[in-house]
Write a protein that binds this ligand. Structure first.
Ligand code: ADP
Length: 239
C-alpha cells in the first residue's frame, strides 16, 4: 500500500509537484500519466526516497526513507544506471547481498532468461545497450520481490519481447499483492495493465479514475487525457 499525502516538491522556486495526495492499494496497479514535464518522474523519485520533499509518503505504513520501506521497494528509473564494471550476473549478486536475499540464484537466472540476458551474463554494465541496461534494472528490481514497484517510463527502449514479458511479470506481481506505480506519457502503452490512473499536468493531479469507473461510465480515457493536457495552462493565459 502506498500513501502519498500533500507531496510538494520545489526545484528552487519552480513547483514540480504541487500538493499531491493519493493512495494505491495492495495488488493495485496505478498509472501516473501526463505529458513531458507534468511532474511524473519527480513524484516517482520522491516516492523512491531519492529527493527531499514536503508532505508525507508511506510505504506499507513505513515512512518512505526508512530502512523498512527501502527493503520492500523496487525502483526502475527512467534512465538505467548500471555499474560500469560489474557483469550482468554480478548485478544480481550485488542486489542479493545488499538485500540479504537467500536462495536467490534460481530466481535471478529465471529473470535473466525472461529478459533474454542469459547469454550476456558475463558482459560488463558499460558494454550493454540502453535496452539491455534497462532489462538489468528490471531484473534487479524484481529480484527482491518488492511489495511496492515503481517504474518510470518502463517501456521506452525495450524490445517487443521484453515488453510482453514485463507485462506478464507485472500481472504475476499484482497477483501476489504487489502495489505497482508506472509513469508514462503514452496511455495506450499501459492499456490492459492499470487499475487506477492519475492524469497529471503542471505538477498537479487533475483527474483520477479507477478502471471500474471508466468501464461503467464508458468514458473515453484518451479524450479525458487530451482535454486536460491540451487545455491552455494558467501560465500561458497569463502571458
Ligand atoms: P515528467 O516526468 O512528467 O516528464 P519531471 O518530473 O521530470 O516531469 O519534471 C517536472 C518539471 O520539473 C519539469 O518542468 C522539469 O523541467 C522540472 N525539473 C525536473 N528535474 C529538475 C531539476 N533537477 N532541476 C530543476 N527542474 C527540474
Amino acid at each position: 500500500m502506498l500513501n502519498v499525502s500533500h507531496l510538494t516538491k520545489k526545484y528552487h522556486r519552480f513547483i514540480a509537484n504541487d500538493n499531491l495526495t493519493f493512495t494505491v492499494a495492495d495488488g493495485e496497479t496505478a498509472v501516473l500519466a501526463g505529458p513531458n514535464g507534468a511532474g511524473k518522474s519527480t513524484a516517482i523519485k520522491c516516492i523512491a526516497g531519492l529527493l527531499r520533499f514536503d508532505g508525507e509518503i508511506e510505504i506499507c505504513g513505513f515512512k518512505n526513507k526508512s530502512i523498512q520501506a527501502k527493503q520492500i521497494l523496487g525502483y526502475v528509473p527512467e534512465i538505467p544506471a548500471p555499474f560500469d564494471l560489474l557483469t550482468v550476473w554480478e548485478h544480481m549478486e550485488f542486489i542479493a547481498r545488499a538485500y540479504r536475499l537467500e536462495n536467490w540464484e534460481d530466481r535471478a537466472k529465471q529473470l535473466m532468461h525472461r529478459m533474454e540476458l542469459t547469454d550476456k551474463k558475463d558482459k560488463l554494465g558499460k558494454e550493454l545497450s540502453k535496452g539491455m541496461q534497462q532489462k538489468i534494472s528490471i531484473c534487479c528490481a524484481m529480484l527482491i520481490e518488492p511489495k511496492i514497484l515503481l517504474f518510470d517510463e518502463p517501456l521506452v527502449g525495450l524490445d517487443p519481447h521484453a515488453i510482453k514479458e514485463l507485462k506478464l511479470m507485472l500481472g504475476e506481481a499484482k497477483e501476489k499483492g504487489t502495489t505497482i506505480i508506472i509513469s508514462t506519457h503514452m496511455l495506450d502503452s499501459v492499456e490492459g495493465v492499470w487499475d487506477r490512473v492519475f492524469i497529471m499536468m503542471n505538477g498537479r493531479i487533475e483527474a483520477e479514475r479507477s478502471r471500474k469507473q471508466v468501464e461503467d461510465s464508458g468514458e473515453n480515457l484518451e479524450e479525458l487525457f487530451f482535454s486536460i493536457t491540451e487545455r491552455p495552462s494558467e501560465k500561458e493565459g497569463e502571458k
